[in-house]
Design a protein. Structure first.
Length: 162
């Protein structure tokens, strides 16, 4: 029990630092930019944007694939999201209609507006490519449509890590 109290104390001390306030503002700003890029690309965001560190993207209503499918596709190109129920979801919880997307981890790594715009575009292209193949063939086609997205993500990460 003492370790939990100690951990909370350290977290509270960190949260009182001026740098943490700037970091928190950047996390929220990045989430707003990220969500807005999806909206600009024709996606439906639950609550039409965000006021915090994350947002929920309605993939089923936007392009007709489940949250589970989107989660698996993005995992293939090394992007971690979570399937998430949306209000009045018609799909069962293990499939769900949405995905939850957050910005703290990448903000911690130094990502800003430009990187999140590029990431939204990569995710948009990958999910739409999957949805198109799924509609045509009932599954993902037998070719590696995702290799280019993996390279694009790698290039994006390299650009930030210079």
């Amino acid at each position: 029990m003492e370790h939990i109290i100690c951990a909370k104390g350290i977290c509270f001390e960190e949260a009182l630092q001026p740098e943490f306030e700037e970091y928190a503002k950047q996390v929220v700003y990045n989430a707003k930019v990220f969500a807005q890029r999806f909206i600009s690309n024709g996606w439906h965001i639950i609550s039409n944007g965000t006021e915090n560190h994350m947002f929920v993207l309605d993939v089923y209503g936007s392009i007709g694939i489940t949250g589970k499918q989107a989660e698996e596709v993005l995992d293939t190109i090394h992007i971690t999201v979570n399937k998430n129920q949306i209000p009045n979801d018609t799909l069962p919880p293990l499939k769900s209609s949405g995905i939850r997307i957050g910005t703290p981890a990448m903000t911690t790594k130094g990502w800003g507006k430009d990187e999140f715009i590029k990431l939204a575009d990569i995710m948009d292209e990958a999910l739409r490519a999957y949805a198109e193949d799924y509609r045509k063939y009932g599954k993902i086609a037998e070719h590696d449509i995702f290799a280019n997205y993996v390279y694009a993500i790698a290039d994006l990460v390299k650009g930030v890590n210079k």
